[in-house]
Design a protein around this ligand. Structure first.
Ligand code: ATP
Ligand code: MG
Length: 323
């Protein structure tokens, strides 16, 4: 028995648009998360990071559909589960933390109410005193000082960073096996971003919770994650140990992405970016590489043959004919 918590195999998630065209948001994507691992997903806006996360939780918005693949959570295929079973898994076994903590908090209720809702939704029987003790403990764990005094405060009485800590504590309440954090720090200032990443890393170290962290911040992903996946146009282009992918990207797209990070230590005349923009989401079965149109290493074969994911060295995968 492997220690893999989540295994996504050849996932395809598409939107059937009103014009009858299919927008393929996630294409033939495979990824896995081992027990106690933090896995990062990076890639430019619209590349399919959130839809990958929503596919795992089976909350892809209409008119989206998962049309191929398997999502194995602790060995069981989530795609075969009914609504009741999924409701049990969501919020209990797998929890989601979103970009905007306010979207998870109801302004008219205090902090205790939010935790109590989760207990109620999952039929947890505990005395009031037991609940208070557990919630206060958790709020302390996520770095909220004097948690017993915060229990009956309202979301607007907290700063953005503190709200995100409350949301992280809520995500941990039922001791999930996997937390998916979709840009958990985007709405926060730089110092708070790092503090939240440190908190997530600490929770993994202390409690062994596995995590998927989606972020635009390549530095933080490289620093805090064990492995990372680079997505482009709905496909996973590269994966490997986070520091390896960050320092020695193999795919021309990853290389461009890493190169577009503004350097703090050197004076830079201009920011390097990747030319052009992604255009082939509507191609149901593209012939060549989906990055070919923007790639500076493109060859004739790249326009004709769709690259498969290849293992270049142990644990290091790339979807590129030229790598
Ligand atoms: N409700 C929807 N209806 C139609 N298309 C959608 C819908 N939600 C997402 N998409 C499309 O799916 C693709 C992937 O979107 P997704 O939200 O996963 O991107 P992302 O990588 O999370 O981007 P960002 O970094 O901006 O959050 C995009 O082309 C997007 O336009
Ligand atoms: Mg997103």
């Amino acid at each position: 028995m492997s220690n893999t918590i989540l295994e996504i195999k050849n996932l395809r998630t598409e939107f059937l648009m009103p014009n009858k065209r299919h927008l393929v948001a996630v294409r033939d994507s495979s990824l896995h998360v081992d027990a106690g691992e933090i896995v990062g997903i990076v890639g430019e806006s619209g590349c399919g990071k959130s839809i990958t996360a929503y596919s795992v939780l089976r909350i892809v918005p209409e008119p989206g559909r998962i049309t191929a693949g398997e999502i194995l959570f602790r060995g069981e295929d989530l795609l075969g589960k009914g609504p009741e079973e999924l409701r049990e898994i969501r919020g209990k076994e797998i929890t989601l933390i979103c970009q905007d903590p306010l979207s998870s908090l109801n302004p008219v209720y205090d902090i205790f109410w939010h935790f109590n809702e989760i207990f109620t939704a999952h039929g947890v029987q505990k005395s009031h005193a037991e609940k208070i003790e557990q919630i206060v403990g958790l709020l302390g764990t996520v770095g909220i000082v004097q948690p017993e005094r915060k229990l009956h405060q309202y979301p607007h009485q907290f700063s953005g960073g503190m709200r995100q800590r409350v949301v992280i504590a809520m995500a941990m309440l039922l001791q999930p096996k996997l937390i998916i954090a979709d840009e958990p720090t985007t709405a926060l200032d730089v110092t708070t971003q790092r503090a939240i990443f440190d908190l997530l890393g600490g929770l993994r170290d202390k409690l062994g919770i596995s995590m998927i962290v989606i972020s635009h911040d390549l530095y933080l992903i490289a620093e805090q994650c064990d492995r990372m996946y680079v997505m482009y146009g709905g496909e996973i282009m590269e994966s490997g140990r986070a520091s390896d992918v960050f320092n020695h990207p193999l795919h021309p797209y990853s290389a461009g992405l890493m190169d577009s990070i503004p350097s703090l230590s050197f004076h830079q005349e201009h920011l390097n970016g990747i030319k052009g923009e992604f255009s082939s989401v509507f191609e149901e079965n593209p012939k060549g590489c989906c990055f070919a149109g923007r790639c500076d290493r493109v060859g004739e074969e790249c326009l004709l043959t769709r690259p498969e994911m290849r293992e270049i060295e142990e644990g290091r995968f790339v979807r590129c004919l030229k790598a």
